[in-house]
Design a protein around this ligand. Structure first.
Ligand SMILES: [Zn+2]
Length: 198
């Protein structure tokens, strides 16, 4: 099932996510998060981005860079990772600046986002099994970006305010859309609570 992706301005993106203790829903969530991520042509997706206050993210290791055009097929998938309750151990603290975007902040890309070069991520899989993985360079960047979502942080937070200001129009529009979406959600919830007539 494709889940709606929460936009910049949605308070869930600015709420620290909670540790997952019940893994019952995790296998199905894994499916949904990958389906949602591929549908949006992303490389990573975190719980808060689909409205979940849970420490979980999905990401994919592609064999090569994003293709230039939409018609070219995306590169081969080397591995899919679903990480629950991740913790990071930095192996190389050297900061590397690079380009980032975010499915919750569509169409805004900025260079100069500093990330540590290499790390080990300890996590649980969708069945609660403890695992760990060492990543570097671009994959280390993805993991840090997704981990930040669990800490209520966005890549824009690393940029100088004058750079963020150049996107003000788009950001205001997203905030408005996020508000509309939440209003719709509340109305749906209210309607679902109403007792049905026989
Ligand atoms: Zn993101």
């Amino acid at each position: 099932m494709i889940l709606p992706i929460r936009l910049y301005g949605d308070p869930v993106l600015r709420t620290k996510a909670r540790v997952v203790t019940d893994f019952g829903a995790m296998p199905a969530l894994r499916e949904d998060m990958f389906e949602t991520m591929y549908n949006a042509k992303g490389v990573g997706l975190a719980g808060p981005q689909v409205g979940l206050n849970s420490r979980v993210f999905a990401w994919v290791d592609y064999a090569d860079e994003e293709p230039e055009t939409d018609t070219e097929p995306r590169s081969k998938i080397l591995n899919e990772y679903f990480m629950v309750n991740p913790t990071l151990e930095f192996l190389d603290k050297a900061l590397v600046e690079g380009l980032e975007g975010c499915l919750s902040i569509p169409e805004i890309y900025e260079d100069g986002v500093p990330r540590k070069r290499a790390l080990r991520v300890n996590y649980q899989n969708e069945h609660g099994i403890h695992q760990s993985l060492e990543v570097e360079d671009y994959n280390a960047r993805i993991v840090q970006h997704e981990f930040d979502h669990l800490e209520a942080k966005l890549f824009l937070d690393y940029l100088p305010s004058e750079v963020v200001a150049t996107h003000r129009g788009d950001l205001v529009r997203m905030q408005r859309e996020a508000k509309e979406f939440l209003k719709g959600l509340r109305e749906q919830e209210k309607a679902a609570k109403k007792p049905r007539r026989p």
